[in-house]
Design a protein around this ligand. Structure first.
Ligand code: GAL
Length: 377
């Protein structure tokens, strides 16, 4: 066939369009941020029907559908139907990637290599979850689907400029979410590199209710935490530096217990319920070894979440600040209707040289992996 300039032009345009469609095939529009940036959502589904949705705003898990013991699916994480919800006062870090430093930094201050740094105080009198405006949950990440040996994943990447939210160094962050095709497991792997020494502590802030997001309460769920010890805090939830045994305290979850069994006794504490960092039992495990951290089970549906991590700690937060806000599909998220189990280095580690370090140096690579395994029994 003779290719006229017109046909060639049409063919080229068609090929470019097809290529663009392949490149962006997986990301679907999920609305816009208040300042007009497009947000996309990626869907991963495995052979069993387990489905995870992830959006580019905050590298956030927006939906996570898993079966109960009769094969009935429910979305077990809190979230909103559109970016506006995630950008509203009602969003309490639902499902997001949290950082550069998750949890609290005392009075928003730290010193590193002889320099003093001041961060936003967004949780009086402390700095919380990486800051007020440009923390990792509030920015748009680049996303790309990838194939693994055992399933598919979405890779999120973001470069945080030097000085963003007051932190030193240009930080390149990658978070890979991969869904196993056969086991109902979601692997979250973090990687970061910097050009100046800087603290890094990354986690995912999913709120779980295994009876389905929007169920009234999570207090009947049974919880096991593989920790003999925890980090006691002052009244502003900053660790004192002590590491104390859970034995004989309301915090002992070494054997499965109902979350609600003793929670009332914590009502008038500074934490207003459970909001504690547990020191995971890692025995002689290597730093990069995945170790059993926690198990959450809803006895009604049988849905069970098992968590394994390379991290030394886990924050058990019992949704004490949930206030009945309206989330996905008009559901309301009542006080203590979901829990967060945030794998992490201990809070305020940058001001506690006795804790495992959160300082990332140029030339080193920050790596952290957490696996979420879902089953039903
Ligand atoms: C948790 C933290 C709580 C609270 C919550 C967000 O990670 O431990 O104290 O700040 O995030 O509302």
């Amino acid at each position: 066939m003779k290719c006229t300039p017109l046909i060639a032009g049409v063919l080229t345009a068609g090929l470019l369009l097809a290529a663009a469609q392949i490149a962006s095939a997986a990301g679907q529009p999920f609305g816009k941020t208040a300042d007009g940036q497009a947000v996309e959502v990626y869907t991963l589904k495995n052979e069993n029907g387990m489905t995870v949705k992830l959006m580019t705003l905050g590298a956030t898990i927006t939906e996570l559908h898993v079966p109960d013991r009769d094969g009935k699916f429910a979305d077990v994480v809190l979230g909103f139907d559109a970016p506006a919800g995630y950008q509203s006062e009602d969003n309490q870090y639902f499902g997001c990637t949290t950082g550069r430093v998750c949890n609290r930094i005392a009075k928003g201050k730290f010193s590193l290599d002889g320099k003093d740094y001041t961060l936003a105080i967004n949780n009086e009198p402390n700095h919380l979850h990486g800051g007020a405006k440009r923390s990792l949950d509030k920015v748009i990440w680049k996303a790309k689907e990838f194939q693994t040996k055992t399933g598919r994943g979405v890779r999120f990447s973001y470069t945080s400029p030097d000085g963003e939210e007051g932190y030193p160094g240009t930080l390149k962050v990658v978070v890979n979410f991969s869904l196993n095709n056969k086991n109902n497991s979601l692997r979250i792997a973090y990687r970061a590199e910097t050009d100046k020494a800087t603290p890094v502590n990354l986690t995912n802030h999913a709120y779980f209710n295994l009876a389905g997001a929007g169920s009234d309460s999570v207090l009947d769920h049974q919880l096991t935490i593989n920790a003999d010890r925890y980090t006691p805090t002052d009244d502003t939830l900053i660790p004192t530096g002590k590491i104390a045994p859970v034995d004989g305290t309301l915090l002992d979850f070494r054997k499965a217990k109902k979350i609600g069994a003793r929670i009332k006794k914590l009502d008038d504490q500074a934490t207003i319920g459970y909001d504690h960092n547990y020191v995971l039992n890692r025995k002689d495990a290597q730093d990069d070894a995945l170790v059993f951290a926690a198990r959450l089970r809803d006895p009604q549906s049988g849905r069970t979440l098992g968590i394994r991590t390379t991290e030394p700690g886990i924050q058990f937060y019992s949704g004490n600040f949930l206030k009945g806000q309206q989330g996905k599909a008009g559901k309301t998220y009542a006080h203590r209707s979901a829990v967060c189990l945030e794998t992490q280095h201990y809070p305020d580690s940058i001001n506690h040289p006795e804790f495992p370090t959160t300082v990332l140096k140029p030339g080193d690579v920050y790596q952290s992996v957490t696996n979420l395994f879902f089953s039903a029994r």
